[in-house]
Design a protein around this ligand. Structure first.
Ligand code: SAH
Length: 394
């Protein structure tokens, strides 16, 4: 069957020529064919120059390009892409690591596979598709993963029900593609965490905070630490491991608090060193009495869409300003945003205006981001979604 041909409007080819992998629906001049969601389409400029091929989807991003050369996306092609991703993780020291066996194998555009995320939890791979085109390839990905990892792999789980576009006509269920294990105790920098990809949020664990958790550990000795939006208690465990005098964890989800308590116990710490509270972070911050020496703010993405960016920025400002009031003199704040539409400049401005509001003397110690298993194509800066600051509060 002939592939659909998409022609871009004059001047709308610049980003794609620079290897930016998104074609917005507004950039399209003409469509030769009647593509269904997930179909592979070819993209040309209006001088009939070939630009790339990608998956078609209804919505503002109409095509996600996975190759800037004309190719046939068969099994061998997908396996080559996964093998390249595996080789990068091997060169990062992640695929045979005695202290860390949880990492991101595929980070969408950063691995030239827009719409696809694959996380590795020891012997399990969790596939999360954000586009129908990638979802339709899940059996090929599962087969390729089994060939790449051999007997190191016992499970492949497909978890795309929550991430595929809501308006899609596809009936999607989460399912095991290979094996049937739903959880695993993994290690990250020597700390243990129970990860359940069937019941957990996203693919089960926030792998993107690995380096930042280590840094929290380095600042934790003899400090009283508050870890808000704690989810599985990642930051709490690292703080305890590095000798925090006391750690408090807060999350509005009771399930997250159970996970945090379980992970704290798994690593051998007790109730005297750690307490967890199922509460809204703002309410907790407003009511806590004694100040903390180190506070972590790692909220969920406040802005999932550009239309709500302004409201999200106000939310970040309020949260940070409240935290600044609760930090002891000489204290440290780790503050994050994982909203893709709030870029680093805007986020840092927002923290600065919260600082001004608090009236305290505040200095930046570190600018934080995501680790190397979340690579960012230099032509797709939107891939840098995690932004963080470490600040010193006098
Ligand atoms: N810091 C975590 C990841 C945070 S994910 C880690 O390192 O793994 C965001 C978490 O915020 C979720 O667990 C969610 O339940 C929680 N959350 C969302 N809204 C909240 C609120 N208003 N107050 C407290 N927790 C909240």
């Amino acid at each position: 069957m002939e592939r659909t041909k998409i022609i871009l409007k004059s001047g709308k080819d610049e980003a794609v020529l620079r290897q930016h992998p998104w074609v917005f629906s507004g950039a399209i001049k003409k469509i030769y064919g009647d593509p269904a969601e997930g179909d592979v389409v070819d993209v040309y400029n209006n001088k009939d120059q070939y630009l790339g091929c990608g998956h078609w989807q209804e919505g503002s991003i109409a095509v996600r390009i996975f190759s800037f050369e004309p190719i046939e996306p068969n099994y061998e092609f997908w396996k080559m892409r996964l093998t390249n991703a595996f080789q990068l993780r091997t060169s990062l020291g992640l695929t045979q690591n005695k202290k860390t066996n949880v990492y991101r194998l595929v980070f969408a555009e950063g691995d030239y596979l827009p719409g696809l995320v694959i996380d590795i939890y020891k012997g399990a791979a969790v596939i999360q598709a954000h586009s129908i085109g990638m979802y339709l390839q899940r059996h090929d990905f599962s087969k390729a993963l089994q060939e790449i990892y051999g007997d190191q792999l016992h499970t492949v789980y497909s978890k795309s029900k929550e991430t595929l576009p809501r308006n899609s006509a596809f009936e999607v269920e989460n399912e095991f593609l290979f094996g049937n294990q739903s959880s695993e105790v993994v290690i990250e920098n020597g700390n243990q965490f129970e990860v359940n990809w069937v019941n957990g949020q996203k693919t089960g664990f926030f792998i993107d905070q690995r380096f930042n958790r280590e840094l929290v550990g380095e600042y934790s000795k003899d400090r009283k630490v508050l870890n808000t939006f704690c989810y599985t208690g990642g930051f709490s465990v690292y703080a305890l491991q590095q000798g925090a005098s006391e750690v408090h964890s807060v999350d509005s989800s009771a399930k997250a608090i159970d996970l945090t308590n379980a992970n704290v116990a798994l690593n051998g710490y007790n109730d005297q060193q750690h307490q967890a509270f199922a509460e809204d972070t703002m309410t907790y911050l407003q009511h806590c009495e004694t100040p903390y020496d180190l506070i972590i703010l790692d909220p969920p993405a406040y802005a999932k869409h550009i239309d709500v960016r302004h409201k999200a920025v106000q939310g970040y400002k309020r949260l940070n300003a409240t935290a600044f009031q609760k930090i002891a003199p000489g204290g440290i704040l780790f503050t994050f945003s994982c909203s893709q539409v709030v870029d680093r400049r805007l986020f840092e401005h927002t923290v600065a205006s919260a600082a001004i509001q608090s009236g305290r003397k505040i200095r930046i110690l570190h600018h934080l981001s995501q680790p190397a298993d979340h690579p960012v194509s230099i032509y797709h800066p939107e891939g840098e979604y995690l932004k963080g600051l470490v600040v010193y509060v006098e």
